[in-house]
Design a protein around this ligand. Structure first.
Ligand SMILES: [Zn+2]
Length: 245
């Protein structure tokens, strides 16, 4: 469902005329062309890049792509080699198919191990280490969408059927504030990528992505409350320090 921020009269359903808070509301709906966040708390000052050994390829459900609350795109902002593909059931992305055939890469589909039918393909994080040892670039293929959408992508994409399945094992709880999670254990896409990077040894890239996600999360949530952040959070301060140094 598209997000709307129009103030409506609950009795009539008609848009209300702007009142005193018009400026705050206006600056909330107005989005920055750079980061697509409300200009009230723009993310652009915190842009950061990091290098990682492992890469992330997102297969994004078409309904997820243009949601401003999508966190998959944050991964692409931080890690320059990130690939983002849109999933169409009957028309697989040709470039993705080509990359899956490229012997330089060792792709892993990130998916839980508690569904039936693929137990023989499930591997642990040590398989990522082994791929690096064999001179390959490990790739985390993250299915970007709701749990239902991700399951559909997993089930209905024959080109993923031959790949090892890597479940993310973590006790980490989500910090994502922009959507109500099904459970606190259900991490959003950027959190999943950060955790995979951390577990597979790309600790610096994981930290930068985590901080950038945190800045996004806090900025967006504040803008929803029509609140201008007065001071940068610790994660924001780390990102700022990086861009200066
Ligand atoms: Zn911006």
């Amino acid at each position: 469902m598209p997000e709307t921020f129009t103030d409506r009269d609950p009795a009539t359903g008609h848009p209300r005329p702007p009142r005193r808070e018009f400026k705050a509301r206006g600056s909330f709906t107005e989005r920055c062309a750079g980061c697509r966040l409300p200009v009230l708390n723009c993310l652009c000052p915190y842009q950061a890049h990091a290098e990682s050994t492992a890469r992330v390829w997102l297969i994004t459900h078409p309904l997820e792509h243009h949601k401003p609350t999508n966190t998959g795109r944050l991964i692409g902002d931080v890690l320059p080699h990130t690939e983002i593909f849109t999933w169409y059931r009957t028309a697989p992305d040709e470039r993705l198919l080509g990359l899956l055939d490229d012997p330089r890469f060792a792709p892993f589909v990130i998916f839980p191990d508690d569904q039936p039918g693929y137990a023989d393909r499930v591997v642990g994080i040590s398989a990522v280490e082994a791929a690096k040892g064999a001179g390959k670039v490990p790739v985390f293929i993250v299915l970007d969408g709701t749990w239902r959408q991700a399951r559909r992508i997993f089930r209905k994409s024959p080109y993923l059927d031959g790949l090892p399945v890597l479940p993310l094992a973590t006790m980490r709880q989500t910090r994502y504030r922009l959507r109500k999670p099904a459970s606190q254990a259900h991490l959003c896409t950027a959190e999943v990528a950060a955790e995979l990077l951390r577990q597979s040894g790309d600790t610096h890239a994981a930290q930068v992505l985590d901080d950038y996600f945190d800045a996004f999360n806090v900025s967006y949530a504040a803008s929803r409350r029509y609140e201008k952040l007065e001071a940068p959070t610790p994660a924001m301060q780390r990102l700022l320090a990086r861009s200066v140094g």
